[in-house]
Design a protein around this ligand. Structure first.
Ligand SMILES: C[S@@+](CC[C@H](N)C(=O)[O-])C[C@H]1O[C@@H](n2cnc3c(N)ncnc32)[C@H](O)[C@@H]1O
Length: 358
């Protein structure tokens, strides 16, 4: 449909959709559990060819002009919020141009980063000047040595201390402004339930605004599945940690208390489950660095997507792409991947509006 025939925004209702946009594939970290796999694996075995499987190799990443053309179409679309991830979005400076266009289109922007780029003052200043709404920084352990084992950098030169320095630099540069809100995201693995509260303690010490511990999600054939993925017998220790966190959050905004139930449900079962009112494909969409659009990043949902339903942001208009998408009222593909989506879609307003406590 040509742009002048597109319904005006008031015909579409208030924007209510979240895009999780994996903008670029490369990352200076080589976390062995990463959704993107590791670059070493893909150099040895070749780029994955199955639809929806990610890689840190950037051969199929869309060019900047295509990303910008799509970002310009967000104005007047159903998109309320864009969560920019990757790969590492802030190691590629053109990301800042794309963010500028998304903000001009009137959408909220939240960035998921490994935190190291925040040690570069010009990057921090641009994030503030662009009015970025939230910056979610990944740290998987409050212990520097453990974190750097779980999240090693490729060069071995960066790690925990840079990430903490980056968080401090962003908070300092923000000063008394309300934005960007700064959060910590922690992947909780079976060997270390204590990170749930240890990280909250660290985040409180740093003066961070929000905190999201999320369960590790690995495919059953992943080489680390049995070492890192929770089993039924791990549930009591995780539940105890989550209860302690919600009893004493300090100044941190957390996902709504219902998140605890979802977290526990997800790690209690290997066999999937049922989501009565799933927002994937109606209020949530996942865009990969090659431009593919999926209902959500769940590997189960991607695998279940018929090839006839595949879509791309390449030469597409957001005002058309995300319109008239009925909610799935009976998804049977619940997995650990899903748990990580609730904070992005339903909890983000409370995470970003945090601050009364600080
Ligand atoms: C893929 S990273 C991309 C953004 C950025 N480079 C970063 O490090 O945050 C986005 C988030 O996904 C998390 N993540 C990666 N692999 C995961 C997995 N298998 N299960 C759960 N979370 C995972 C990361 O820890 C990070 O918080």
């Amino acid at each position: 449909m040509p742009p002048d025939e597109i319904s005006p925004p008031d015909m579409l209702g208030a924007p209510d959709a979240t895009l999780l946009w994996g903008l670029r594939s490369p990352c200076a970290f080589t976390c062995p559990h990463c959704y993107f796999g590791t670059i070493e694996e893909h150099k040895q075995q070749g780029l994955p060819t199955e639809a929806g499987v990610l890689s840190h190799l950037s051969r199929t990443d869309l060019p900047l002009q295509t990303l910008k053309a799509f970002a310009r179409t967000l104005a007047g679309s159903r998109v309320e919020r864009v969560v920019i991830a990757g790969g590492e979005p802030l190691d590629w400076l053109p990301t800042l141009e794309v963010i500028g266009l998304i903000k001009q289109a009137g959408c909220q922007v939240v960035i998921a980063t490994n935190g190291v780029p925040l040690t570069r003052p010009p990057v921090v200043q641009r994030l503030i000047d662009l009015g970025v709404d939230g910056v979610s920084v990944s740290l998987d352990s409050a212990d520097a040595t453990v974190n750097d084992r779980l999240r090693p950098s490729r060069s071995g030169r960066f790690g925990y201390h840079d990430v903490v320095a980056g968080i401090r630099a962003l908070l300092d540069a923000r000063g008394d402004r309300h934005t960007p809100r700064v959060g910590v995201y922690t992947v909780v693995m079976r060997e270390r339930p204590q990170e749930i509260t240890d990280m909250a303690h660290l985040a409180n010490q740093l003066g961070v605004d929000y905190y999201v511990p999320q369960p590790i999600s690995l495919a059953p054939d992943h080489r680390l599945f049995s070492a890192l993925t929770h089993r039924r017998e791990d549930v009591p220790a995780v539940a105890e940690q989550l209860c302690r966190l919600y009893d004493e959050p300090g100044g941190l905004a957390l996902p709504a208390p219902s998140y605890v139930r979802r977290f526990i449900d997800a790690i209690s079962t290997q066999d999937g489950g049922h989501v009565p009112d799933c927002f994937g494909g109606s209020r949530l969409f996942f865009i990969q660095p090659d431009g593919s659009v999926w209902d959500c990043p769940s590997d189960r949902r991607i695998a279940a997507t018929p090839s006839t339903s595949r879509r791309s942001i390449r030469d597409a208009d957001a005002r058309v792409l995300f319109t008239d998408r009925p909610a799935c009222t009976n998804c049977t593909l619940f997995s650990r991947d899903c748990v990580n989506m609730w904070p992005l879609v339903l909890d983000m307003p409370r995470l970003l509006n945090s601050g009364a406590a600080r």
